[in-house]
Design a protein around this ligand. Structure first.
Ligand code: ARG
Length: 579
């Protein structure tokens, strides 16, 4: 296995610690806080001082003396209260780059405790068009899915469709209202179904009787009325088709298309189990489980006898444990639902339905407009995902030549390119922000080819592609890496951070760690290439070395975009006037 630079130093450190009888858990190094002083640092001596009953500088000096014997290091020093600073020789860095360039994982390790992660994201609702509020779950969820897989876990993604609640009864009631019965239901497409839902929503808000009727229909649907089930099947099918198109456009992948309805039987089991374990009680007609602290109780059965959102999620946990053998369950859902998940996780633990399973709610903030309120269309309406994609494509067209202006680029090729850039721009704008915080959708800059944007990284990749094509034409081949200047050295050290970046993104479930790194790596490459020419290199060996570094950066940037769920076009076209 190829080790990243950091891990190969970690390995050396562990050996030294063991040799000196020190706890190797404190041996880890990190990228130096003072790059002007050193490449890496280890602060372990400070942590060890107490248990070793020694002065940390003394411990550090012992370790430093061992490091001095290793030819990999150019400079070792003990600074401040006991920090060990180390700088590597250029030859050692170069040799590591050769290894990383030959490795298809670029020196990125895998988790030691590889396990099955069930991911719950998307969470769309039947009959409701996907809007900007659904964007983050799909975009962040897909990125974390890819990061988890790359880190070495097994992942099963489930869309967890909202297909079982009162909205279902509301739509059926509205169809009956307008048509007299459900006879025509199967002729309706997604537009009509969404329209029925909108009407139903208004009617139920104004009219108690209509609301009551919808509630009764929902209960009968859940209890198995064949007529309602048949009509509902159709609503569900048509919605799933429309939703699949949206998720395909976003490149979000779901292994399972289960919904709340699939947990219906298991809800009954949960209710019986809770009663058997003496955990539930009836309160005001509803069956509930009381929780610790001042959390409100969880509702298993509503006072009208129906199952609601909470018991459905608890029952789904049981299914994911029993059927999918989940060892960890991740929910990528709006952070405003955090109490709901705390309640569900605690209930699952009390019920003992998923022993040993780790639960994590990855709560995200909202996408806001410039006014700080949830992002809307120009006329104040809800921003549908399709509108947003269209808006992004229009922005991208400002920078890309029109069909026919570039040889080989007809309508289809330009459309394909525009779409790759537009989706990349939307996704990167989302993923460059910390998951938990909301963000303001930057209408002016998000699709530009300059700045911290998706198109900038795509452009950086395409630019290296073009460099590689020219080098191939000139007959230049990749060769051993040699470090010839500071910019090359900095780029290599930047590349060396990849393993730590991926592992941090995985541990923190935070794609912005990846997007940040991709941006700074692209910048380091630019700085490197400004001073380190391939075509006009001082000699052939330098050209071959730089070619290898360029190809490596291109491959890593592609991998990083892949982890963000963003495509990397081979070529990027830019209008002369575009930024
Ligand atoms: N359909 C829900 C909503 O629109 C989101 C579902 C999230 N996932 C879950 N397991 N509760 O709010």
């Amino acid at each position: 296995m190829t080790l990243s630079l950091e891990n190969s130093i970690n390995q050396k450190m562990c050996q030294i610690f063991s040799r000196l009888g020190l706890d190797p858990r404190f041996a880890a190094v990190k990228v130096s806080d003072r790059p002007d002083l050193s490449d890496f640092q280890c602060n372990g001596a400070l942590a060890l001082a107490k248990s070793e009953r020694k002065n940390p500088r003394e411990i550090a000096a012992g370790i430093a003396a061992e490091l001095e014997k290793d030819a990999a290091f150019a400079k070792i020093s003990v600074d401040g209260p006991g920090f060990i600073n180390m700088s590597l020789t250029d030859a050692y860095i170069a040799a590591n780059m050769d290894e990383v360039a030959a490795d298809e994982r670029f020196g990125v390790g895998k988790v030691e405790d590889s396990h099955t992660v069930v991911m719950d994201f998307g969470g769309p609702n039947v009959a409701k068009a996907l809007h900007v509020g659904h964007l983050r779950s799909a975009v962040i969820g897909e990125s974390i899915r890819r990061i988890e897989l790359f880190a070495g876990n097994r992942v099963i993604s489930d869309v967890h469709l909202g297909d079982w609640g009162t909205p279902m009864g509301m739509i059926l009631a509205e169809i009956i209202n307008q048509d007299g019965n459900l006879g025509k239901t199967e002729t309706y497409g997604i537009e009509e179904i969404s329209a029925f839902y909108k009407k139903a929503n208004i009617r139920c808000k104004e009219d108690e009787a209509a609301k009551e009727k919808a509630r009764i229909i929902t209960a009968e649907l859940q209890n198995g009325s064949p007529e309602y089930r048949k009509a509902w099947q159709h609503l569900r099918k048509v919605s799933v088709e429309a939703i699949k198109e949206n998720y395909d456009a976003l490149d979000a992948h779901f292994d399972l298309w289960l919904g709340e309805s699939d947990a219906h039987e298991a809800c009954g089991e949960i209710v019986r189990l809770a009663a058997r374990k003496g955990l539930s009680e009836v309160d005001d007609g509803a069956t509930i489980i009381r929780l610790e602290g001042n959390k409100p109780p969880v509702i298993l059965v509503k006072s009208d006898g129906g199952f609601g959102y909470q018991v459905t999620d608890i029952a789904t946990i049981k299914m994911r444990y029993d059927d999918l053998h989940a060892e960890e369950i991740l929910y990528v859902v709006d952070k405003r639902q955090s109490l709901h998940f705390e309640q569900c996780f605690e209930s699952a633990e009390k019920l003992g339905i998923a022993p040993g399973v780790k639960f994590r709610h990855i709560g995200f903030g909202t996408v806001n407009g410039a006014d700080g309120k949830p992002f809307k269309t120009r006329d104040g309406g809800v921003m549908n995902l399709e509108d947003l994609i269209k808006l992004s494509k229009d922005k991208v067209r400002e920078s890309v030549p029109a069909a026919g202006e570039v040889e080989g680029y007809g309508e289809a090729e330009i459309e394909n390119l525009v779409s790759q850039i537009a989706i990349g721009a939307i996704k990167f704008q989302d993923l460059k922000n910390n998951t938990a915080s909301g963000y303001v959708f930057e209408l002016d800059d998000f699709a530009k080819f300059e700045g911290k944007t998706g198109p900038y990284i795509q452009y950086a990749i395409a630019r290296i592609n073009s460099i590689l094509r020219k080098a191939a034409e000139a007959g230049t081949k990749e060769g051993k890496v040699v470090i010839t200047n500071n910019e090359e050295r900095d780029l290599a050290l930047k590349i060396a951070q990849l393993n730590a970046v991926v592992m941090r993104a995985h541990n923190e479930k935070e794609p912005s760690v990846v997007s940040d790194y991709a941006y700074t790596l692209a910048q380091s490459f630019s700085t490197f290439y400004n001073v380190s020419s391939i075509m006009n290199a001082e000699n052939k060996d330098f050209a071959s070395s730089r070619l290898k570094l360029a190809r490596l950066v291109r491959d890593i940037l592609r991998q990083l975009l892949y982890l963000l769920g963003i495509e990397a076009p081979e070529v990027m076209l830019k209008k002369a006037s575009a930024e």
